[in-house]
Ligand binder design. Structure first.
Ligand SMILES: C[S@@+](CC[C@H](N)C(=O)[O-])C[C@H]1O[C@@H](n2cnc3c(N)ncnc32)[C@H](O)[C@@H]1O
Length: 241
């Protein structure tokens, strides 16, 4: 990498650990929030809250003054399957216990929530709802106008190849015509930067979007490594407890 980049997430101790395929991307999610310092984060698809509470924890630990909105019916969809009310209650309890005043849970369909957000008001949008091609495309087309110029859109599951999953195809279309970076480990995480805005790029963003191929490849390897490091540290702490 062109100059030393030490991710803050090397010291990240996730407070809310639940089983989710988002596990592989926790360190990057944590660092991205610290780097962007978003005033407004919106997540489409929260389920048991692994990605959402990573964003929230980073906001608190890195003194980011913003609000994070989690939008979900908390009923499930054709890929997660339907699940019971206990998932919502656990997420709601955790949000109240640790992120009161900075996190808001909007229990409704994405399309119902959309009119609550103004054009160009969101700094960080995470799209992780139903993963069919048509659903992801609709989520992106509805919500992209609400992202600020220079804002970031994350897409989870860009490498998932299960039947009925279409994020990969949609991401391939988008990444050909936008400023993008793709993490390919786990089920993949796409990072898209909306053009415009006058905010200076953080170190992390310049590595993501301005780095040469070697820099980008090293960044991918680094985040695989940090994920393993966090997991190893968690096991050590558990043994010591
Ligand atoms: C893949 S899960 C989210 C995973 C989560 N981000 C994590 O970190 O584990 C997708 C969620 O999106 C929700 N969902 C799917 N389509 C939706 C829609 N149109 N409106 C509201 N919620 C939706 C489902 O209820 C489900 O909880």
């Amino acid at each position: 990498m062109s100059s030393l980049y030490l991710p803050l997430s090397l010291n990240f101790e996730p407070r809310h650990l639940v089983i989710s395929t988002w596990m592989d991307h926790l360190p990057f999610g944590y660092d991205l929030v610290a780097a962007l310092r978003p005033s407004c984060v919106v997540e489409l698809g929260t389920y048991s809250g692994l990605s959402f509470f990573t964003f929230c924890q980073s906001m608190i630990e890195n003194d980011v003054e913003g609000i994070a909105y989690a939008i979900d019916t908390w009923e499930g969809d054709e890929h997660t399957g339907n699940y019971g009310d206990s998932i919502f209650r656990q997420v709601d309890d955790h949000a109240r216990d640790y992120y009161r005043g900075i996190s808001y849970l909007l229990r409704m369909r994405f399309s119902e929530a959309a009119n609550q957000f103004d054009k160009e008001s969101i700094d960080l949008l995470h799209i992780d709802g139903l993963h069919t091609y048509d659903a992801v495309r609709e989520d992106f087309e509805t919500w992209y106008p609400k992202v600020k110029p220079g804002g970031i859109v994350l897409f989870h599951d860009i490498e998932a190849r299960m039947p009925g999953f279409g994020v990969r195809k949609f991401w391939q279309e988008l990444s050909g015509i936008n400023t993008c970076f793709a993490f390919t480990h786990g089920y993949g995480l796409g990072v898209l930067k909306k053009p415009g805005g006058s905010r200076p790029l953080s170190k992390l963003e310049s590595l993501l979007f301005e780095g040469d191929e070697e820099t980008r490849s090293n960044l991918r390897k680094l985040y695989v490594h940090v994920g393993r490091h966090i997991d190893a540290m968690r096991r050590v702490r558990k043994q010591e407890a």
